[in-house]
Design a protein around this ligand. Sequence first.
Ligand SMILES: Nc1nc2c(ncn2[C@@H]2O[C@H](COP(=O)(O)OP(=O)(O)OP(=O)(O)O)[C@@H](O)[C@H]2O)c(=O)[nH]1
Ligand SMILES: [Mg+2]
Length: 701
Amino acid sequence: MKAFSTENLRNLAIIGHGDAGKTQLVSSLLYVAGTTPRWGKVDEGTTVTDYDEDSIDKKVSFNNNFAHLEYGDTKVNFIDSPGYAAFVSHARPACRVADAALVVVDAVKGIEVQTERTWNYANEFMLPRFMVITKLDKENADFGHAVDTATESFARSIVPFTLPIGSEENFRGVVDVVHMKAYEFDENGKAKEREIPEKGRELVDKTREKLVEIVAESDDELLEKYFEEGTLDDDEIYSNLAKAIAKSKLCPVFAVSSENLVGLSILLDHIVEFGPNPATHQIEVGYEDLEDEKSKIERKYSNDEPFSAFVFRTIADPFAGRINVMKVISGVLNADDNVTNSTQNVQERIVSLNLLQGKELQKVDKAQTGDIVAVVKLKETQTGDTLCAKDDEIVYPKVHYRDPAVAFAIEPKSRADEDKIGVALHKILEEDPSLKFERDGQTKEFILSGSGQQHIEVVVDKLKKRYGVEVELHPPKVPYKETITSRVEVQGRHKKQSGGRGQFGDCKVIFEPLPSGGGFQFEDKIFGGSIPQNFRPAVEKGILEAAANGAIAGYPLVDFKVTLIDGSYHSVDSDEHSFKAAGRKAFRNAMEKARPTILEPIMDVEVFCPQEVSGDIMGDMNSRRGRVQGMDMRGKQQIIKAQVPLSEMLDYQGRLNSMTQARGSYNMEFSRYEPVPHNLQGKVIEQAREEGRIRTHEEDD
Ligand SMILES: Nc1nc2c(ncn2[C@@H]2O[C@H](COP(=O)(O)OP(=O)(O)OP(=O)(O)O)[C@@H](O)[C@H]2O)c(=O)[nH]1
Ligand SMILES: [Mg+2]
């Protein structure tokens, strides 16, 4: 395949609610464009982008996958992102690198909870948007209603570029309101021009009028001309529509069916004509050193700039090995190039440069600015890294995932499983940065955290099927933390005389609370040499070690500051070990007076439900210690926003299903930590004791 110039590239993030029809849309577009000779179907497990065994089985996309098509002189790259709550966070990195988002909306359901969430991701990156109303062939599909809910949800100009001709099973064609033409489609999705039907003509004219007004209002001169002449030239309209889309002032809407291949080729025409190319961004900001705000560097989206690329996805392919997918932000990347991974400060050689068509790697010689390419067999490179020219280093900031919402303990079923679990999980985590895996310091359990039960279950499945590792999943745990609530000054003195050389360390420190999220700070305020310089870090280490085991229930103590003010030492008996022990002792003494308390995660929860059950939903929220923040309507759906402690949400899905006859859905994201109310702390402590989390400190003495 030839290398496409920047102007002829379109990078689209396909985003939207779970099951909206994103993957099918991509597969149908590939077929209509003649890229794939066979028409891939989700229901037959034959799409290009849902290629892994699990996706085929469950008909769900789990991570970003890739496809591309050639349409005239233009190459369109698709990033097909997941829409189910547990996996939707991957749509964020997709939005980070795309030049426009294609927001896919189910014509029967209208805007749904993850449509809003992914729309917000696109907002974060100021991404221009196209909206596709799909499944218009289905019973109860309603284009007008879907557009109305979109307008209600996203206060901005959302205007159809195409309108449907016919509805439900008779949805056969579209009117292109921009060019004022109408089309019908044959069984291969090929468009045949027809006249604009009289029925619905009024809506066509009104929509067209609205587009012309938007263009006129974008520019004073045009506005004047519009007032004088009552309309504008077509060319003026077209070029200004493209500008309005690029500036996110206008979101065009398209009517399609991926099942009947209606409207798809016209959608492609518009993507090519009006979609922003990568150079529309103009510049990308990176840093010489990420830690230093002032070391800012700008790169133009141009082949003439030094090479730089941002890696936003890693695939652990069972055959090819590790595949890093990246967007070329500036310059040109050639197969055989030697480049620098500026995030990790290592050199890498581009041995194998490819495009990805689903799982298929297609070798290419080079990639120009703006293209999305897959590099196989890099040694160290990970998701979030920057690759760049050796002599022109730049680092781009990573896309951060939110903290995982729930944690599960997983237990290897046998010794053999325990041996293999580390390597297997390492590979799975490489592919999915929204997961976290750690060993609990106190209970020694393997803790796997993710965005929900479904997320973790998919990992457990993959461990078994792909890596042959069997684990048992224990009920979810709440990642409590602890903190202190008052300032205290304490001494920590460690002295031991047991034959031979003794041990001696002594420190005086102040413990004080930091605001929520403040982490840990250590300040050395010793004047003179009451503790020699080289022993002071040992005091800090000792305190941190003790803090990891908490003060009340064995959960890590956070959000506090320690100031070292004084101490004493012994010229023979003092050593690092003694001062660490002194630090631990200071910690324990402090905890007796600093009024420690337990913290629990509070979640932002959004519930979508039918209006008639909203009273029940709110009552139930109250019984879960939830605070309702607001209510809103989306078409016939009610949205309830609340803040609820995680410990009260562990069984929510089941309860929501029974309250709404499975018509409700919800979204949950970590917000912050807050103290557990006093009357409930006893229960948390009791539970921690049962788990063997609370340790005695005898070993310190
Ligand atoms: N009738 C009809 N069904 C469709 C259409 N598009 C998709 N579907 C069906 O809708 C279901 C979901 O389609 P997908 O393309 O997997 O949806 P998705 O948005 O990719 O789902 P996730 O990636 O899991 O979020 C499948 O059963 C498709 O066959 C359409 O235009 N018409
Ligand atoms: Mg999908």
